[in-house]
Ligand binder design. Structure first.
Ligand code: SF4
Length: 228
């Protein structure tokens, strides 16, 4: 069985085990963008606290982020860490939206995914994972999000080598959904990412708990935890 076919099988096994996850936890595309920035290098709990601060102060729109003094913004997002860098990055995102898309997320979503991704990657504080999370969850484009949970699972299962780049893992994941209709792909990418996060949190941490994990059937050999 090819690595792509095995990964597809893991997706179906997780879906059967956990059921549909229906991510991302946000009310609007702009809130997704904020969450994608804030979640870098921190737990989701810290992001939730920051988002609550922004909600309380009516700061969950591009207009509000544009207008708020950066010092105030830093204080509101303090719970998610790296507040200086993240506040500057959020301001830069809104300036980018203004410059290229008249301040409209809808216009960004209507751009070609390739152009939007390239432009997002040129922004401060945006790497491939953040760009793809914005494309997939805020703009509903077929961008597969590769995070540390997925990296850990595919390396432990021997589907890619230990030092595989982001783009290699993404290519593998995309190829496992290549037979799906184009319109179905964003939904599957969305579900798979959420299911992988669940598996990572419940079982596949730095010390894997394979004995209770729904993916253990696919392991070719016991996991070497030096690869965590
Ligand atoms: S916990 Fe074990 S079986 Fe589960 S995904 Fe991780 S390596 Fe695979």
């Amino acid at each position: 069985m090819t690595p792509a076919a095995r990964l597809r099988r893991l997706y179906h096994r997780l879906l059967a085990a956990y059921g549909p996850q229906q991510w991302w936890p946000a009310q609007t595309p702009f809130e997704v963008v904020i969450g994608a920035y804030l979640t870098q290098n921190t737990s989701w709990l810290g992001v939730e606290r920051s988002i609550q601060n922004l909600v309380k102060n009516n700061l969950l729109t591009a207009e509000a982020i544009r207008a708020v003094p950066i010092e105030t913004l830093r204080e509101h997002i303090r719970p998610s860490g790296y507040m200086i860098r993240k506040a500057a990055a959020l301001k830069a995102f809104v300036a980018f939206l203004d410059e290229h898309y008249s301040g409209s997320i809808e216009k960004l979503a209507a751009d070609s995914p390739e152009v939007a991704r390239e432009r997002l990657l040129a922004l401060p504080g945006v790497g491939p994972e953040t760009a793809d999370a914005i494309l997939l969850y805020a703009l509903h484009q077929p961008a597969f999000v590769v995070d540390e949970y997925l990296r850990r699972i595919v390396t432990r299962h021997g589907l890619v080598h230990d030092k595989a780049k982001y783009s290699e893992i993404q290519r593998l994941a995309v190829s496992s959904f290549r037979r799906d209709k184009a319109a179905e792909r964003p939904g599957h990418y969305n579900e798979f990412h959420a299911l992988i996060v669940n598996a990572g949190k419940l079982h596949c941490g730095p010390k894997p708990r394979c004995e209770s994990c729904p993916l253990a059937f696919d392991l070719e050999r016991p996991v070497n935890i030096t690869r965590a």
